[in-house]
Design a protein around this ligand. Structure first.
Ligand code: PA5
Length: 374
C-alpha cells in the first residue's frame, strides 16, 4: 500500500462525489481497469511479445507523450532482463534523433510497435515511415508487415486504416482511456512484456492500489489542492533513484496535461537526488518560496536513505513543505501501485481545481498549428 504523510481536512462527501464522477466519466476507463482487465487482450499481448522475442533482437517503440512515457518509465526504472533491446523513436521531430535510432537498429533483426491513439500524430508518423521503409528493404513487404504491431484506435484514424489494409497485428487503445492514463493497456503492456517486465505483477500492483490506496490518493490530492490554493504554484517531484528519471517525466506529463488548463494547475517539475543537490539543491534550500517538494520515497540502500532523511530536514528548515509518498517495493508490484495511485490522485486533484483531467486542448492546439505549417 502507498503511504502519504499528510493529513489535510478532506471533505469526505465531496471526495465521494468526485470519485463517482471519475468512475462514470466517458474517459474514466482506467479507474476500473485493474479490477476487470480484459484477459483476452492480455493473452494476445503475451503471444505477440513471445513472437517478437523469437524473431527479433530489437523492438522499435514508436510513440510520443502518453503513447510512450509510461512504459519507458517502468522499463528504465526496473532494468528487466530481456534478449530484446528496446529502441525508442518518434518522440521528437529531430532528424538527428531519428538517424540515431535507425543506427541503433543497424543490421539487427527487428520488429516495430507503432503506438498512436489518434493515428495522426506527426512525430510517430514520420518515424514509422522511416522504419517501415527499413523493414521492407530488409524483409520484403509480406514479412515486413508481419513484424509491425500497431496500437491505435478501435475503428478510425490513419494508422487504424493502414493496419487494416496491410494486415498488421493490431492492439486497441480503449475509447474511454486517454494517452497519459493508458500505460496499463496494450499501449504499455506490449513493450513492457517484450522488455521482460512481469506484466501480471504490474497489474496485480494496480489492482492492489485500486483496493487499498484510494484513501492516500484522496489525501495527497487534497493536500496538493490546499498548497496550490495558498499560492504555491510549483510541485517538485524528488526521487533518490536515478533510474526513475523517466517516471518523473511521466508524472510531469500526467499532472501537466491533466491540470494545466483554464489558467489553473500546479507546474510539475522534478529532481533526482543526490545528483541534483549539487545543482538545483541550492534553489530548493534557499530560492524563491513558491514551491513544495514531493519526495517519492522508494525503498533504497542505507546510505541513500540517510540522504533522504537529511534532505527532508534541511528543506523543511529552508521553509518549503515536504510531502512523502512511500512506495512499498521497487518492483512490478510497487510500480503498478504507484501508477494507479498517481493517476487517481491526479484526476481528483484536477477536479478540485475545477478542470477536466482528461482533455488536452493545449496539445491539440500545437498539433493543429504544426499541421498548418507542414
Ligand atoms: O496524453 C495524451 O493524450 C497525449 O500526450 C498523447 O498521448 C500524445 O499527444 C500522443 O497522441 P497519440 O497517441 O494520438 O499519437
Amino acid at each position: 500500500m502507498i503511504k502519504v504523510n499528510c493529513e489535510p481536512k478532506v471533505d469526505t462527501a465531496k471526495a465521494a462525489e468526485i470519485l463517482k464522477d471519475i468512475a462514470k466519466d466517458k474517459m474514466g476507463g482506467w479507474f476500473n481497469l485493474p479490477r476487470k482487465f480484459d484477459m483476452g487482450e492480455l493473452m494476445r499481448v503475451k503471444e505477440a511479445a513471445k513472437k517478437i522475442a523469437e524473431e527479433s533482437e530489437v523492438l522499435v517503440c514508436i510513440g510520443i507523450g502518453g503513447s510512450y512515457l509510461g512504459h519507458r518509465a517502468i522499463i528504465e526504472a526496473l532494468r528487466p532482463k530481456s534478449e530484446v533491446k528496446i529502441v525508442y523513436a518518434g518522440n521528437s521531430l529531430s532528424r538527428r534523433e531519428l538517424d540515431h535510432a535507425l543506427k541503433l537498429v543497424g543490421s539487427h533483426d527487428f520488429s516495430v510497435n507503432v503506438i498512436s491513439k489518434s493515428g495522426t500524430t506527426l512525430e510517430p508518423a514520420i518515424a514509422f515511415n522511416e522504419f517501415k521503409k527499413k523493414l521492407i528493404e530488409k524483409y520484403g513487404e509480406e514479412e515486413a508487415y508481419s513484424r509491425i504491431y500497431a496500437t491505435t484506435d478501435k475503428k478510425e484514424g490513419a494508422l487504424h486504416d493502414e493496419a487494416v489494409a496491410c494486415g498488421y497485428t493490431k492492439f486497441v487503445v480503449p475509447d474511454n482511456i486517454g494517452g497519459r492514463y493508458s500505460v496499463l493497456t496494450s499501449v504499455g503492456l506490449l513493450p513492457l512484456a517484450v522488455a521482460g517486465v512481469d506484466i501480471d505483477k504490474l497489474l496485480e500492483g494496480a489492482a492492489d492500489a485500486a483496493e487499498n490506496s484510494v484513501e492516500p490518493a484522496v489525501k495527497y490530492a487534497w493536500e496538493r489542492y490546499e498548497l496550490g490554493s495558498k499560492g504555491l504554484d510549483t510541485e517538485v517531484f524528488a526521487s533518490f533513484e536515478p533510474s526513475t528519471m523517466y517516471f518523473n517525466e511521466w508524472l510531469k506529463q500526467l499532472f501537466g496535461e491533466s491540470e494545466g488548463k483554464g489558467g489553473q494547475g500546479v507546474f510539475p517539475a522534478s529532481v533526482i537526488y543526490s545528483t541534483d543537490l549539487h545543482s538545483l539543491g541550492q534553489f530548493m534550500q534557499d530560492g524563491r518560496r513558491n514551491l513544495w517538494e514531493t519526495i517519492i520515497d522508494y525503498p533504497t540502500d542505507e546510505m541513500n536513505a540517510k540522504v533522504v532523511s537529511a534532505v527532508r530536514v534541511a528543506h523543511r528548515d529552508g521553509g518549503i513543505p515536504v510531502l512523502d509518498i512511500t512506495v512499498p517495493s521497487f518492483d512490478e508490484q510497487g510500480f503498478g501501485e504507484l501508477v494507479y495511485f498517481f493517476e487517481l490522485s491526479c484526476a481528483i486533484s484536477a477536479k478540485l481545481f475545477g478542470v477536466n483531467p482528461f482533455d488536452q486542448p493545449g496539445v491539440e492546439a500545437y498539433k493543429s498549428e504544426l499541421k498548418k505549417l507542414i
